[in-house]
Design a protein around this ligand. Sequence first.
Ligand code: SIN
Length: 323
Amino acid sequence: MKKKVVVLGTGGTIAGRSEHGSDNVGYTAGQVGVQSLLQAIAPLQAALQGRELVTEQVAQVDSKDMGFSVWALLAQRCAHHLQEATVDAVLITHGTDTLEETSFFLEQVLPVALLQGKPLVLTCAMRPVTSLTPDGPQNVMDAVAVALDSLACGVLVVCAGSVHSARMVQKSHTYRLDAFDSGDAGPLAVVEEGRVRWFGRPTLPAPARVVDLHALSGNVWPRVEVVLSYAGASGVMVRSLANAAVAESPLRGLVVAGSGNGTVHEDLEAALMEIQRLGVRIVRASRCARGQVVQGETIPVFPNSNGLSPVKARIALMLELMA
Ligand code: SIN
C-alpha cells in the first residue's frame, strides 16, 4: 500500500494574502487553502519520495484567534492520521502567533505511542503567500525533510531552517523570518539543503496524562487566566477576575508571569494568596524570555511552572484541572 504524508491546514500567515507583494505585514491570514498552498510548491513531490500527499483543511484562522474547539478537532485529526499504518508523518501549517501553544497542547494530549518514529511537525511563515519573497514554501520543504528523517519523533516545530521541541519553542521576534527560538536549550536540529543535522537525539516526553480526545470537544474548559507582575502592579485585576460573575466558567486557575525569577509585586501577591485560599490554583512562571523559575530553599507560596512559559503553564494547568 502506498505510504502517505498528511498535511493539516489551520490558516496563519503561511496561508495569508496581502494586496501588494511588498506588504509583509498588512495581510489577512488564513486565506489560501492548504491544498493550493502545497500545489504551488513545485519541488514538494520529489521531497515526498514517492509518498502520496493527503491534505485536510481543519481550520482557516489567524492563529491569534485560535481556540479550544479547533484544538480539540486538530488533536482528533492528528490522532486519526497518526494511527494509520500507511501514514509516515503528519504536518500542520499554522500561524506563528500561537504556534508554541498549539504544539505544546498537542504534545500534552496525544498518546506518546502515536508519536514514536512518526513525528508531528508544525510549520508556519512570517510572510504571506503574496509576498515578493515568501518564506512558507521553504519552511514546508524543511518540515517535510524533518518529518521523513529517521530520527524524528514527537511534536516538532520547523521555521527558518531550525527545528524546535514543542516544550521549548517560543516566538521570540515580531518580524524576522527566524522568529522562533528554544531559549537556553537551543534548537534540536537545523535543516540544510533538505538534510537534517541533529544536535542531539530528539526524545519523546514521558506520558503526562491520558486524555480522551473526543471528550475534549464537549468539555467546558476550566477558566485559567494569565496575569503579569510589573512595577506598580496591584491586586485589582486578580480580584475582579475572581469576582467576575461568569457563572458557567468560574475562575479555576491563574498563572502569574512574575518578573525575574518569578517574583511578584507584594500587592498582587496578597491578592493571589487571597484567591488561592478560595481554591483557585496559582502557578508562578516568569515573564523573562530565557531561564526558568529556580526554586530556593524556602517553601514557595505558589508552585512554579517547571520551566514552562506562562502561556504553556496555562495549558498544563487547564489540562490538569480537566483531568
Ligand atoms: C497568525 O499567527 O495566524 C498570523 C501571524 C503569522 O502567522 O505570522
